[in-house]
Design a binder for this molecule. Structure first.
Ligand code: UDP
Length: 338
């Protein structure tokens, strides 16, 4: 990250989340001073444990739907990443109004801050802008197939509006912007109760609970390991050429949900049973990124196989389950001795 000899000042909205916390770590490794802004709705303080040991890291608890605190607006940033939004279907549908406003109002506030700061701005958009896609694989040129009145619309249409606003700032010369369309990403620090398929299945396999497959499991997703995703986001932000337009960041290795479950069962050696539950409304049938633009423009492609990525995710969940269990035991002892 070049900044005329000064330490780059970077704001990461949503920096306490799964993806955000990994990005903050990468940015500090790259020599930045990072200010993490998060309302802790789905982000967690424990994701910041390693970061808070660094003198180059600050945490500010605030919600980008509300006016940004003076501690943020009085500062000058070189880069602003907007990763703030609940991203798992059950969590973003739990408060759909807040989800929509996070993308629309929150992005607006951060764009205005980028304009005032002269900062470059990156929005984490999503493969959900393609909806249930009629084009396969999905290239950035595809305009998508989103149900604008369904339960996923708060997320999908919020992100589409955020993209529109972001490109208007670019067209009007108000801020230099980057738009990443993130495809399903997994890895350590996905919360066990997040509700996404990888965290659900890994947690269920390790605890011996039934594995929940929604529908018949023939629907596909393409899973990207978090370190690869963070590398793609960083490269896009630091790309110095003319406005590249939206860029898909994801792993084109497409799997059915049944294949994912089989792999997790094999890697964990779990004896969990598989149970089938109804497919959620508007659940996309197929999803796979065309990443030729990322390869060409950013010289980026994922380096981690699904098996490698799942192994480290499983190891993290195992270590974490142990810790959770020890905390529960300690609490039980305190209750018994009280
Ligand atoms: N899914 C599943 N079991 C689960 C959670 C999700 O079969 O416990 C399915 C879900 O219906 C979807 C896919 O896995 O088809 C990916 O779901 P996820 O919520 O991870 O992300 P999405 O890509 O749908 O936003």
């Amino acid at each position: 990250m070049k900044n005329n000899g000064r330490q780059p000042q970077v704001l990461v909205a949503g920096g306490a989340g799964f993806l955000g916390s990994h990005l903050c770590e990468r940015l500090i490794d790259e020599g930045a001073h990072v200010v993490c802004l998060d309302n802790l709705q789905t982000g967690k303080r424990e994701n910041l444990r390693r970061l808070q040991r660094s003198e180059h890291f600050e945490f500010v608890k605030a919600d980008i739907v509300e006016a940004l605190p003076p501690r943020i607006t009085k500062r000058k940033f070189d880069r602003i990443y907007n990763l703030a939004c609940a991203a798992s279907p059950p969590l973003y549908q739990a408060d759909p109004e807040h989800t929509m406003l996070t993308s629309v109002l929150g992005t607006h506030r951060l764009l205005r801050l980028a304009e005032a700061s002269g900062a470059r701005f990156l929005i984490s958009s999503t493969s959900e802008v393609y909806g249930d896609p009629a084009m396969h694989p999905q290239a950035e040129t595809y305009w998508g197939n989103v149900n604008c009145t369904g339960p996923r619309a708060c997320y999908d249409e919020g992100k589409r509006a955020a993209e529109a606003l972001t490109f208007d700032y670019d067209r009007l010369g108000r801020a230099e912007v980057r738009v990443a369309r993130i495809f399903n990403t997994y890895g350590p620090r996905l919360a066990a109760d997040d509700g996404r398929v990888v965290s659900n299945v890994v947690h269920q396999a390790l605890t011996g609970e039934d594995i929940t497959i929604f529908g018949d499991g023939s629907q596909t997703r393409s899973f990207c390991y978090v370190d690869d995703q963070v590398d793609g986001l960083y490269r896009l932000m630091e790309y110095e050429g003319p406005q590249p337009g939206p860029i898909n960041i994801g792993n084109p290795n497409e799997r059915t949900i049944c294949e994912l479950v089989d792999l997790v069962l094999t890697l964990t050696g779990s004896a969990s049973e598989v149970v089938y539950q109804p497919l959620p409304v508007d659940d996309p049938k197929r999803r796979r990124p065309d990443i030729s633009k990322a390869e060409k423009v950013l010289d980026w492609r994922p380096a981690t196989s699904l098996e490698q990525g799942l192994r480290s995710t499983i190891a993290w969940f195992e270590a974490n389950l142990g810790r959770t269990a020890r905390v529960r035991e300690a609490e039980a002892e305190v209750r018994l001795s009280a």
